[in-house]
Write a protein that binds this ligand. Structure first.
Ligand code: PGA
Length: 249
């Protein structure tokens, strides 16, 4: 069925030296992890060190963002083509921090997702509601809008290659994890949107990760839910022991 994916999002943390130290400690701890995929998405400047350290291991490397297009006059940007060329496998798209602090919207999420696919990367496309949206009962409407704008326009062939991450914004970095039931409910809703648009086979095949305060002590409860296919982990992915415990859940 669906292979779980445990992905770490380091955000703006760690130097290349710290990245090397992480992998030296982390790789032996997950060398025996079978039946699951593991990934780390470090800052751009750590990618070369991470790729070299993880070469030949069972850990894939990804970036946290990409620019649409192959190359061009785009000061400060990095393209999917560049990321693929150095050996990245994954790229995060539309993380809530990108939406909140860098003005990313559905149209941008769609074009970045398409660019990632064009260059052979697996986009991990993030969706999720704000606290006020959950409290006002509009979680499903928000998820539908994000799905309709950022993913539904993909072709069936493109959609088959993406991973979705459901990350309720109120649970990110706050220690307030969604209960397994709350997460599973949102995942089931998203899977229903996929079924409506792309059909049942696609809905059964798509991996939907949960993100938001995932820790070694809550990962098993989340993963016990049939609709939760993995985790996107921020804070707890920075420590090799803690992220290894999550990968080895
Ligand atoms: P967190 O972050 O695990 O620190 O809550 C999750 C994320 O932003 O992907």
């Amino acid at each position: 069925m669906r292979t779980p994916l445990l992905a770490g999002n380091w955000k703006m943390y760690k130097t290349p030296q710290e990245t090397q130290a992480f992998f030296d400690a982390f790789l032996p701890l997950v060398a025996g992890a079978a039946g699951r995929d593991a990934a780390i998405c470090p800052p751009y400047i750590d990618l070369a060190v991470a790729l070299a350290a993880a070469a030949g291991s069972n850990v894939g490397i990804g970036a946290q963002n990409l620019a649409a297009g192959k190359e061009g006059a785009m000061t400060g940007e990095i393209s999917g083509h560049m990321l693929k060329t150095i050996g990245c496998k994954y790229v995060l798209v539309g993380h809530s921090e990108r939406r909140q602090f860098f003005g990313e919207n559905e149209a941008g999420v769609l074009s970045k997702t398409q660019a990632a696919l064009e260059y052979g990367l697996t986009p991990i496309v993030c969706v999720g509601e704000l606290l006020a949206q959950r409290e006002s009962g509009s979680t499903e409407a928000v998820l539908k809008q994000q799905f309709d704008g950022g993913m539904a326009p993909l072709s069936a062939e493109q959609f088959a290659k993406i991973v979705i991450a459901y990350e309720p914004v109120w649970a990110i970095g706050t220690g307030k994890v969604a209960t397994p039931e709350q997460a599973a409910e949102a995942h089931a809703y998203i899977r229903g949107l996929v079924a409506e648009k792309f059909g049942n086979a696609q809905a059964l095949a798509i991996r939907i990760l949960y993100g938001g305060s995932v820790k070694p002590d809550n990962v098993a409860g989340l993963m016990s839910k049939g609709d939760i296919d993995g985790a996107l982990v921020g804070g707890a992915s920075l420590d090799p022991k803690s992220f290894a415990a999550i990968v080895n859940f």
